[in-house]
Design a protein around this ligand. Structure first.
Ligand code: ADP
Ligand code: ZN
Ligand code: ZN
Length: 726
């Protein structure tokens, strides 16, 4: 008998090829089966999506090609995984094949059945030898962790009974990780029915190499209980064989815990019962290439799909009274000390359950905020003298300091330091961005453009400049300024720098972290990477020296980021409760009256969030409105914009078009990269559904617009749904 499977293969996002291709097979292939199929002259990896006994309409047997082979020894990808992939493709406007293939380890494409069989055998052997030592399940400190604080107890109990995604809003050092560990333990100890996959937990972190401690804690806790194979990692820093190995362990159920970055959200986890998204506010959960998905949002969706499937399985008959048995769920926990406004708003609305853990373990206070008004410092000072003096004092006492440089990722806004004028847009509640190339000020919201004024329009001062200059000088300055400072043992103070450049070499990050932990370094200077996760016990002073660029950035999310960054950085100080009373967070600013600092001073995230949400509501910004960006790359800026504007014109009459606002195309802040001109067009809607339906209908128009004569030179386009920066 002949069957006709529909197979999903990697197709370029805009190739116009349908979601799946029809093939022929002598075997009935279960949906989710991994196969190799001919495509053009090549043989490619594919996933069977459906398998029909009828030939597809309009195609004869001779017109379809046969499936080349089945990847043996691999169970099919389950329906929940397929639903997740399908949702992600639809929501983020990409092809099913692209998302499905991106979710599979690249090496799977290259292996023959013999090679795959060898890998699987090796895995099985590894799993067997990795079994926990006998008696390891008896209580031991490493395996059982601390006695929980009251807050942790309550959070864990509430998590257990939550009927919705959980937002774990816990101060830095409040013991969130311990809650994740306990929740994981509960899930892994849950027995599953005979024949079902063992339970699994997915733990996501923003950047894995920045949180080696988290991985260490999971391994230390669970390897003695479930074997050395129980915890696997999944992130882009791994080699293809490592990724394949982790993926196979997860897919076959050998791995009970997958610890990974955003890509891990698409891993095959047949026994998934808990998803943890640590530091859920972190922008790195949003992919910036290919399918621009938000791993946090997909995690929430994934938990819902899993929960629905579990509920169905638990109630085979609709007549069975609900509520009698405990409903199994796949829980999802979003943890942060400074949640994203999206998640905070969802909790305000009751869509998420908010659990608060305001206290730090050990009762240590959060550091005191000290604002340095740069208007009153010596002219040209990059580091204020009182700050330098405070640092010198700490070093002399044998304590450590951390100096945080805000990454220059924000679009530059021009300001006059004499009268406070800033390059606001006359038409929007946004600041216009300084474009160096043609010396213009452009609004990224409405497109309003003017030449950069020669002098300040308000006071005539000639010295107008981008907010937040001076980043580069800081590290050098600091070494000079602290040259005469001595440590308690009389040796000179040591300053070290840690950022993307200094940690590029493999292993150098670990070395630098170790130096910091050992106390060999007194002052660590770095970008936001030093603000994350690390548990430096002897830091008592954290300073942020150029935060201002984020206060007035054209990106409306910049204040949220800044607040999160400063809170997180502050969380690095005084982790040792003995020092916490004296620990301080210093912020240098030209705008000490800015309301952000008032809430920061009180460590009052809820007040900050409420303020921001009010502003967002008035402006119709997310989470009150919904956005997408259409981006275009082309040989010329004119072509990129012509494509975008053409696509906007031709959208008239599409479904939901009257609920959509399309803004004129604007160049990106960094307008040209490697001789490619970049432009974007903002799409806004008051409802997510309208935006989704419009975008789906728009795809065909976008494909057509590639051949507009005025868009000649267009290289590529992409849709970014729920963009993080506009
Ligand atoms: P967070 O993830 O919220 O920043 P952590 O989970 O890292 O906080 O906890 C901070 C520190 O407190 C860690 O060193 C951790 O080992 C310790 N800790 C956590 N829970 C407890 C507890 N119940 N009793 C004692 N120490 C704890
Ligand atoms: Zn001025
Ligand atoms: Zn504007």
């Amino acid at each position: 008998m002949t069957f006709w499977p529909n197979v999903v293969v990697a197709t370029p996002a805009h190739s116009g090829v349908g979601a799946s291709l029809s093939y022929r097979s002598e075997l009935l292939l279960a949906p989710g089966t991994l196969v190799r199929v001919p495509l053009g002259k090549r043989e490619v990896l594919g996933v069977v999506w459906e398998c029909s006994t009828e030939p597809p309409e309009g195609l004869t047997e001779a017109q379809t090609k046969a499936v080349a082979s089945v990847l043996e020894g691999l169970p099919p990808l389950n329906p929940r995984w397929r639903q997740l992939v399908k949702f992600a493709a639809q929501y983020y406007q990409r092809s099913l094949g692209e998302v499905a293939m991106a979710a599979l380890p690249p090496q799977l494409r290259e292996l023959s059945n013999e090679q795959l069989a060898r890998r699987l055998k090796r895995r099985a052997k590894a799993s067997a030898s990795a079994a926990p030592e006998a008696g390891a399940t008896t209580p031991g400190t490493a395996a059982n962790g601390h006695d929980l604080s009251d807050e942790q107890h309550q959070a864990l109990a509430a998590l257990h009974s939550a009927q919705a995604p959980v937002l774990l809003y816990g101060a830095t050092g409040s013991g969130k990780t311990e809650v994740y560990l306990r929740a994981t333990r509960q899930v892994l100890d849950t027995a599953t029915p005979e024949g079902d996959s063992p339970t699994q937990v997915l733990v996501m972190v923003p950047e894995i190499n920045l949180t080696p401690q988290l991985e260490a804690r999971f391994r230390e806790r669970f390897e003695p209980l479930y074997g050395t194979d129980a915890v696997v990692c999944l992130h882009s820093g791994m080699t293809p064989p490592q990724r394949l190995s982790s993926w196979l362990a997860a897919h076959t159920g050998a791995a009970r815990i997958v610890l990974g970055t955003r890509m891990a959200v698409l891993a095959s986890l047949p026994g998934l019962r808990l998803i943890v998204v640590d530091e859920e506010h972190d922008p790195s959960y949003k992919s910036q290439e290919g399918a621009r998905y938000s791993a946090r949002d997909l995690a929430v969706y994934r938990a819902k799909v899993e929960t629905e499937a579990l509920a169905k399985a638990a109630h085979p008959s609709p007549l069975l009274p609900a509520g009698e048995v405990e409903q199994p769920r796949c829980h999802v926990v979003l943890g942060s000390a400074t949640p994203s406004l999206e998640s905070w708003y969802a909790a305000d609305q009751g869509r998420y359950v908010r659990l608060a853990m305001p206290g730090r373990i050990g009762g240590g206070a959060l550091p005191r905020l000290r604002l340095v008004d740069m208007n009153h410092q010596p002219k040209g000072a990059v580091l204020a003298p009182p700050l330098v003096a405070a640092m010198a004092e700490r070093i002399a006492r044998g304590e450590q300091c951390m100096v945080l440089l805000n990454r220059r990722g924000y679009a530059p806004v021009l300001a006059c330091h004499d009268c406070g004028w800033k390059s606001a847009c006359a038409h929007c509640s946004a600041y216009r961005v300084f474009h160096k190339l043609d010396r213009t000020l452009r609004c990224h919201h409405c497109g309003f453009t003017e030449r950069v004024p020669r002098a300040c329009p308000d006071c005539g001062n000639l010295d107008i400049s981008p907010v937040g200059r001076g980043t580069e000088q800081i590290e050098e300055h600091l070494s000079t300024l602290l040259a005469d400072v001595k440590r308690p043992d009389g040796s000179p103070a040591r300053v070290a720098r840690m950022d993307a450049d200094s940690t590029r070499l493999k292993g150098s990050l670990e070395v630098q972290l170790a130096t910091m932990h050992s106390g060999a370094v007194d002052v660590l200077v770095g970008t936001q990477m030093i603000a994350k996760g690390h548990d430096f016990r002897r830091i008592t002073l954290v300073a942020s020296v150029n935060a201002d660029s984020a206060l007035f950035a054209s990106d409306y999310r910049a204040p949220e980021r800044l607040f999160a960054l400063l809170m997180q950085a502050a969380g690095r100080a005084g982790r040792d409760a003995a020092h916490s009373g004296a620990s301080e967070m210093w912020v240098q600013t030209w705008y000490p009256q800015h309301p952000l600092f008032a809430t920061l001073k009180k460590h009052d995230y809820p007040a900050f969030a409420a303020e921001q949400l009010t502003e967002r509501e008035q402006a119709g910004m997310p989470p009150y409105g919904f956005q997408a960006l259409l981006r275009a790359d082309a040989r010329t800026q004119a072509a990129a914009q012509a494509f975008l504007n053409g696509a906007a014109q031709q959208s008239l009459g599409l479904p939901y078009r009257d609920e959509i606002t399309l803004y004129p195309a604007v160049p990106l802040t960094i307008q040209r990269v490697a001789n490619v001109e970049r432009a974007q067009l903002l799409v806004e809607a008051a409802s997510r559904g309208a935006l989704q339906r419009f975008l789906s209908a728009w795809q065909a128009v976008l494909l057509d617009c590639r051949s507009l004569p005025e868009a000649r030179g267009l290289i590529r386009f992409a849709v970014d749904v729920d963009p993080l920066a506009i």
